[in-house]
Design a protein around this ligand. Structure first.
Ligand SMILES: [Zn+2]
Length: 222
């Protein structure tokens, strides 16, 4: 009997130990990749701040959404947002806002992509120098005319052509629920020199520079 219970206990011990080391390994990977991301972000923001020192571009950057309610999901690792059991890297910042709230272009640039029916839903991508900003889950859809694609939100009075230039602060769409989402929000993705950057860092840098004036609907930054 003694032997039997010892037998029974051993696999449990091994399992526990295995679980523990697996947990530590995962933790190691998470923190290592966290460091790498952090490094990218620091470099990107540092590079941008150098540029800003001479051109002051943050001054004209716009907060990307009207009727802002809350930051509903930060940049980084999280449990699957739509109920799955796995982990995923959330490559952007989520802004909760009522359906139909207008989205504003963060920084003047060229619309390099309009698309729909993806996980990102109806979305547009704007290129501003080394920066690329993506706006997901918008209302509306994409149409084409003589081979030229455009995003259309008729009810919101918005039409954006692929290839068009847009100034910062201009309304470019409305918060919707297209794509993979459980509630109305704007998913805002930012890339610098092709690397994802935590948008919260950019908002903080903007806020620091613009502190003389009020950033629209954003009393509290993440
Ligand atoms: Zn998101």
């Amino acid at each position: 009997m003694k032997q039997a219970s010892a037998f029974n206990r051993q696999p449990i011990k091994i399992r526990t130990r295995f679980k523990k080391s697996l947990f530590l390994a995962v933790l190691g990977i998470l923190s290592a990749s966290g460091l790498i991301w952090q490094q990218h972000v620091t470099q990107a923001v540092a590079a941008e701040q150098n540029q800003v020192a001479t051109s002051s571009t943050w001054q004209s950057a716009s907060f990307p959404v009207e009727n802002f309610q809350a930051y509903s999901s930060p940049f980084g690792y999280r449990r699957s947002a739509t109920g799955g059991s796995g982990w995923e890297f959330h490559r952007g910042l989520d802004f909760a806002a009522p359906q139909g709230s207008y989205i504003r272009n963060w920084w003047s640039g060229k619309v390099v992509k309009v698309s729909d029916r993806t996980a990102c839903g109806t979305h547009i991508v704007v290129q501003s120098g080394d920066w690329e900003h993506t706006y997901c889950h918008m209302k509306g859809h994409v149409e084409a005319q003589s081979g030229n694609r455009y995003f259309i939100d008729r009810e919101g009075g918005i039409q954006i052509w692929e290839g068009q230039y847009i100034n910062s602060g201009v309304r470019i769409g409305r918060v919707g629920m297209t794509g993979r989402t459980t509630g109305p929000h704007l998913h805002w993705g930012l890339k610098y020199a092709n690397n994802y950057v935590d948008p919260a860092l950019v908002l903080r840098a903007m806020y620091a520079q613009q502190s003389g004036r009020t950033l629209q609907s954003s009393a509290k930054l993440p």
